[in-house]
Design a protein around this ligand. Sequence first.
Ligand SMILES: *[C@@H]1O[C@H](CO)[C@@H](O)[C@H](O)[C@H]1NC(C)=O
Ligand SMILES: *[C@@H]1O[C@H](CO)[C@@H](O)[C@H](O)[C@H]1NC(C)=O
Ligand SMILES: *[C@@H]1O[C@H](CO)[C@@H](O)[C@H](O)[C@H]1NC(C)=O
Ligand SMILES: *[C@@H]1O[C@H](CO)[C@@H](O)[C@H](O)[C@H]1NC(C)=O
Ligand SMILES: *[C@@H]1O[C@H](CO)[C@@H](O)[C@H](O)[C@H]1NC(C)=O
Ligand SMILES: *[C@@H]1O[C@H](CO)[C@@H](O)[C@H](O)[C@H]1NC(C)=O
Length: 528
Amino acid sequence: MVRYQRYHQLKKPSLLIKQQQGDEDSQTLIFEFGNNNFLYCKKPKFVFLFLLVLLSCCLVFAPHLFTLYTFAVGNDGYFFDTTRDYVPICASITPGNICCDRSSIRSDVCFMKGDIRTHSISKSIYLYSSKNISYGRKLQKQKGEVIIQHEKIKPYTRKWEKNTMERIDELDLFAVKKSKKNKADSNPCQVKHSVPAVFFSNGGLTGNVYHEFNDGILPLFITSQHLKKQVVFVIVEYHEWWFTKYENILSQLTDYPVIDYFADNRTHCFPEAIVGLQIHDELAVDSSLMQGKNTSIRDFRELLDRAYWPRISGLLDEEEAELKANMSSLPPWMASLREEEEEIKQADLKTKPKLVIISRNGSRSINNEEDMVELAEAIGFQVEVLFPNPRTELAKIYRVLNSSDVMIGVHGAAMTHFMFMKPGSVFIQVIPLGTDWAAETYYGDPSIKLGLEYIPYKILPKESSLYGKYSEDDPVLADPDSVNAKGWEYTKKIYLDGQSVDLNLRRFRKRLVRAYEYMQQRKRHGAH
Ligand SMILES: *[C@@H]1O[C@H](CO)[C@@H](O)[C@H](O)[C@H]1NC(C)=O
Ligand SMILES: *[C@@H]1O[C@H](CO)[C@@H](O)[C@H](O)[C@H]1NC(C)=O
Ligand SMILES: *[C@@H]1O[C@H](CO)[C@@H](O)[C@H](O)[C@H]1NC(C)=O
Ligand SMILES: *[C@@H]1O[C@H](CO)[C@@H](O)[C@H](O)[C@H]1NC(C)=O
Ligand SMILES: *[C@@H]1O[C@H](CO)[C@@H](O)[C@H](O)[C@H]1NC(C)=O
Ligand SMILES: *[C@@H]1O[C@H](CO)[C@@H](O)[C@H](O)[C@H]1NC(C)=O
């Protein structure tokens, strides 16, 4: 369940490519802008102005030319002055237009407005226009329709990752001017919708919770939340399991049933469409790039809370009924004993901070996890161990984490669940040898943005199961970066699949105590 990367220096100044791969053996390239600065420029202000002028011209005259700007705009918003309101490239799209924003390194997104009709058999979306559109040359005639504009898009958020994108179906978007001769509709509406559509692909998903949230669910939130549920999701390469797993969240994003694009070949008509999803950063929402003010990752978490509440309250009711039934089946003296036990348990829950261990089996497991549990209990925590797998119901995981104060886990995709922790709680990530960059980038940094108290625990060579296998001065122990630089196969084999952890409990104890004191302090303050 893990993904990794290696570093490559490109010829372009300050452009660093990090290459990585996931479980599904896909290749990942992450572009990072050095020094948090604008890409090629030594004189940022000048280039900024120049591009702004160019961009404005293109917006007016030739929206389809935007492919030219692949690297003009950093996905982190370096182009736009973030102290001002965010103005998306295609913000001023007018009816009859397709505008594609290909500026992000992570995803392309096309916007359509007007008489939009799906044609799923040809994997196409048509935009019919009765207006005289002067821009662009007429491309071709087809069944008496003049195609004014043609865009291709793969509506998935890992644009830089060639192997993944090869598996994603491409959609054709056509802006068509109906000729006078052909008044009869060649593609009449069969289902007419009054709200916009968001088209996206689930083709890249393989049951890895990190990818499901990072590539799909969060981008869906970013792209559609401003529509306030008045949106229809049209899913390309729909998976039933995905729908079942994320139904709770989807119901918070749309009031309408989702459409399985390839299974439903009727012509659906929409007044507006967004094809592709916007994405900001690893498991993050950049407020400065959001439509709708002040929307952040915390709003996403609040949405999760609303999404899981009905299911969780149902579980609570069931358990209460079961407890009552259990009690009534007991003789009265035993029932009163049980009641007392229950009260003590509840009182414990209130006073003791709760610590959850997200446990792994096999690689990157904690060999002395039981000792760690004992230690945590001795410090004063109430401890629960979770073994999430791709089939574990998310509401149940949410329930445990939402009621916890500290989450501990070894770096891996399951760390994605940090998003289920309440802001202000503690996240301790155990970082095995050779996984520093991924641990910080995918989970550490994003957890801080959510408002968690993040405590990294970078293990020492002696705490790695690799310690006995290699000599102390072997690069595997002494210089993991140099091993990672040799290639993904090495990272995966040695550090990800070949390593487990023996925590030095005396060292680890300091983090636990820090977490404990932090939570006790918070509780005291909260109590006032
Ligand atoms: C489009 O242009 C034709 C001739 O060039 C003109 O007769 C017609 O009225 C125009 N239609 C619209 C909607 O502007
Ligand atoms: C459209 O879908 C229906 C029902 O799934 C199917 O019977 C029909 O053959 C499909 N049409 C085409 C052209 O694929
Ligand atoms: C956004 O949030 C900040 C801090 O929470 C607040 O000070 C500011 O007024 C908010 N702005 C808007 C436009 O709501
Ligand atoms: C999560 O925890 C908060 C605070 O304890 C509680 O108010 C909320 O109802 C919980 N959410 C769910 C879905 O259980
Ligand atoms: C009720 O009793 C059953 C059988 O003894 C037990 O498994 C279950 O956990 C009990 N339920 C509650 C809510 O205490
Ligand atoms: C851990 O893996 C072993 C073998 O790989 C298996 O026998 C065991 O049941 C697993 N334990 C859990 C809790 O999944």
